[in-house]
Ligand binder design. Structure first.
Ligand code: ADP
Length: 446
């Protein structure tokens, strides 16, 4: 096991990793920008190093500064968390060159699964269901038109290097496809430094179902079942739950097994999530693979009892996964509400500022992953998520009742948060029935 780990992140995930380190008997070194200098979790680390001013490019995604901090603190490994440098194969390679273990996949496995076109190719070989669409990147307009007429409109143009819901264009006919192709490629080049685009079938009504996987360096990979993350706004997830409600078990199991197969084929080690869209007939189509620990990992931890963050550290140190697939069983139901410092009444405008009231919920089955305490000031520079409320219960019905109860106890002010929106959803008949699609929340908010 490692002696000392540097955490190249901030906020709740930095705290989550500190907690895992502490339980593993590993020292945790935090880095922070000046905007986070008073963050309370820094006191829980064994050491905290300032790496620069608030803008992420001058601190949290500044590779030379992160590496310098790692060398000063003499760490064996770096945990990137999510966001920031977590999906940068070049960063993983630099860590390797500096003889620091990157807690995540090898740069090769990351490149293979992180690029969407490359990932689809690997997925196809591993017999993972993918969207009907172009084989690889689109080389010319005529080819795109031919593929689109074969698979039928609407189609979606995506950037191979895309992310964060950007650079996607839905086309309902040949004329829009032709115009959008050129624009999409130029935009992709400008935004991601890679103009490669591809097309796939666009699903009008779909659910977002993703499979949590774990791989080790000994060629072993397992899945920890699925999460449903269909409650989204602008492609941003707001509620996640596990297991996915109203999904045929056979189809679910086949998809989970396919996801684990993909991870194994890519010789992947660490935590990965294989994302799928599921249509109304419950056919699954792979969207992409996230080559890192995800925000919503706790719901899977609650139903399986597996500590995903600890596992990511364990396998990076070279240990084999201590689980076989048959050891993984689902217990009850878990749900996570993302608590964002945003005003749902004002088009989700971010609300940075000082939190003078912070009364967290508690009681049976309630877990709160947050770095916030009374008196904490939310800096305006980063993501607006200030915490995740996760509850676990015997079944979905009791889980929603418990969530409603916990949300009622949760008092944050004076800044606005997404708590009232979550309360509304816990009482919404469609949401309670389960199986809402990815556009449900946006329709509700109109
Ligand atoms: P990104 O990496 O930018 O997040 P994804 O491929 O994960 O891109 O897609 C993000 C979101 O875009 C999905 O959750 C879904 O809402 C929508 N989307 C992507 N592909 C399709 C598709 N083929 N049909 C319908 N919606 C899609």
């Amino acid at each position: 096991m490692f002696r000392r780990i540097l955490i190249a992140n901030r906020g709740e995930i930095a705290l989550r990793i500190i907690r895992a380190c502490r339980e593993l008997g590993v020292e945790a070194v935090c880095v922070y920008s000046t905007a986070d200098k008073d963050a309370p979790y820094l006191k829980l680390a064994d050491r905290a190093i300032c790496i620069g001013p608030a803008p992420a490019r001058e601190s949290y995604i500044n590779i030379p500064k992160i590496i310098a901090a790692a060398e000063i603190a003499d760490v064996d490994a770096i945990h990137p968390g999510y966001g920031f440098l977590s999906e940068r194969a070049d960063f993983a390679q630099i860590c390797r060159d500096c003889k620091i273990e990157f807690i995540g996949p090898s740069p090769e496995a990351m490149a293979k699964l992180g690029d969407k076109v490359e990932c689809k190719r690997t997925a196809k070989a591993a017999k993972v269901p993918i969207f009907p669409g172009s084989e690889g990147a689109i080389e010319d307009e005529e080819e795109a038109v031919k593929v689109a007429s074969e698979i039928g409109y609407p189609v979606i143009i995506k950037a191979s290097a895309g992310g964060g819901g950007r650079g996607m264009k839905v086309c309902h006919n040949e004329a829009t496809l032709r115009t959008n192709l050129r624009i999409a490629s130029q935009e992709a080049l400008a935004a991601f430094g890679n103009g490669a685009v591809f097309i796939e079938k666009f699903l009008e009504h779909a659910r977002h179902v993703e499979v949590q996987c774990l791989g080790d360096k000994h060629g072993h990979a397992i899945h920890l079942f699925e999460r449903d993350c269909s409650t989204q706004r602008r492609h941003q997830k707001l509620i996640e739950e596990a297991p996915g409600p109203l999904i045929d078990r056979k189809k679910r199991d086949a998809t989970c097994e396919a996801a684990a197969r993909l991870i194994k084929t890519a010789e992947y080690s660490g935590a990965a999530t294989v994302e799928f869209l599921m249509d109304e007939k419950q056919n699954f189509y792979m969207l992409e693979v996230n080559t890192r620990v995800q925000v919503e990992h706790p719901v899977t931890e609650m139903i399986t009892g597996v500590d995903i963050v600890k596992m990511s550290i364990l396998v990076a140190s070279g240990e084999p996964l201590p689980y076989k697939q048959k050891d993984i069983e689902i217990r009850g139901h878990a749900m996570e509400c993302r608590i964002n410092a945003e005003d749902p009444e004002k088009n989700f405008m971010p609300c940075a500022g000082r939190i003078t009231t912070f009364e967290p919920p508690g009681g049976p089955g309630v877990r709160l992953d947050t770095h916030v305490v009374t008196g904490y000031t939310v800096p305006p520079n980063y993501d607006s998520m200030i915490g995740k409320l996760i509850v676990h219960a015997d079944d979905r019905e009791q889980c929603m009742n418990r969530m409603a109860r916990a949300l009622r106890e949760f008092n944050v002010g004076p800044i606005k948060t997404t708590i009232p929106l979550h309360q509304r959803l816990m009482e919404n008949a469609d949401f309670r029935k389960g199986g809402v699609d990815i556009h449900y929340l946006e329709r509700l908010l109109k």
